[in-house]
Design a protein around this ligand. Sequence first.
Ligand SMILES: NC(=O)c1ccc[n+]([C@@H]2O[C@H](COP(=O)([O-])OP(=O)(O)OC[C@H]3O[C@@H](n4cnc5c(N)ncnc54)[C@H](O)[C@@H]3O)[C@@H](O)[C@H]2O)c1
Ligand SMILES: OCCc1c[nH]c2ccccc12
Length: 322
Amino acid sequence: MSHLERHRSKFHLFPYPIQRLTLSSLDQLSYGLGTARFKRGNKDTLDESTIEYTLAALRQGYYHLDCAEVYGNEAEVGVALSRADIPRSKLYITTKSSCNKGESIDLALTRSLSKLGTDYVDLYLIHSPFWAGDINSPDPEVAAAAARALQEKWAEMEAAKDSGRVKSIGVSNFLKEHIEAVLKTARYPPVVNQIEFHPYLQHHDAEGGLLGYMKEKGIVAEAYGPLTAVTKAAPGPVDEVYEKVARKYGVTPAEVALRWCLDQGVVAITTSSKEERLRGWVRPGVLGFELTKEEVEDIAQKGREKHFRGFWNNKFKEDDRR
Ligand SMILES: NC(=O)c1ccc[n+]([C@@H]2O[C@H](COP(=O)([O-])OP(=O)(O)OC[C@H]3O[C@@H](n4cnc5c(N)ncnc54)[C@H](O)[C@@H]3O)[C@@H](O)[C@H]2O)c1
Ligand SMILES: OCCc1c[nH]c2ccccc12
């Protein structure tokens, strides 16, 4: 039995809720098909290189794919999946609705499913809450309208779940206030909030912050940008501890960065067009070691010395350390 098969049989592919997700699960590592902007040229024509990158990830055992309608590459993912010939039940496919003005979830989902070439997705997310308006507006009418818009959209997400075309529903880039609004009227709570998460953006403070609130409500955190401290935000205060821990386990700082998410029960969504790098992460890479509680805390503590947000900067307030 191969290294990956051993992992899969032990920690079988999750469906969320993620309580079943255990440390070292390969499926806690998701392959992101977004920000690398693999797609080149005309958005309306199929891009062979995107298909190739997706196939490379599937070959390496990444069966958890993170897509979004706005990434413009669901059709390429669909072709890669048809060429890869992996049973649908083994895949975990996420996609996201941008909640384009005036468009129903039903319509957006129909389009995404058709491009992906599947009759259901495992997880469907509202990509962001920002289209709904400012829920923290000092004008109570503006804040109430934003809350109402999110609640109405969430009811559409619940209908999608009821239809069976979506197994689980969740959100992305939601602050505590957005989740609170949704939970007031929800029949099904969001199973996931996909957020930027790395040592320089930890979302928890003395009172628990967003992450503490999500834990209390049983909402799983999915981390995008998990490598930020080794990539975009480097150099920085975690470099030394990342390197020390990497030397101890004979791995790379990037692998420590991914492990730091997994060892806190956070799903890590990463990406690369380099097959060697993807292979390195899983053979045995990120799956071959675990951080101690002290190491997780040392990295967290160093990370708190710097604040960095790489995505949606114009949408969050400058002081959004919660
Ligand atoms: N929901 C959202 O709003 C949202 C926002 C951003 C990203 N995402 C999702 O998350 C996925 C991952 O996001 P990300 O790209 O920020 O993740 P990431 O932090 O894992 O960074 C990946 C990038 O780092 C580079 N890289 C990998 N290893 C490296 C190394 N050792 N040294 C230097 N560079 C290295 C890769 O080439 C890749 O471009 C996206 O593809 C997308 O699916 C979602
Ligand atoms: O989800 C990643 C951030 C994002 C929002 N809109 C996009 C369009 C293309 C690529 C990434 C994004």
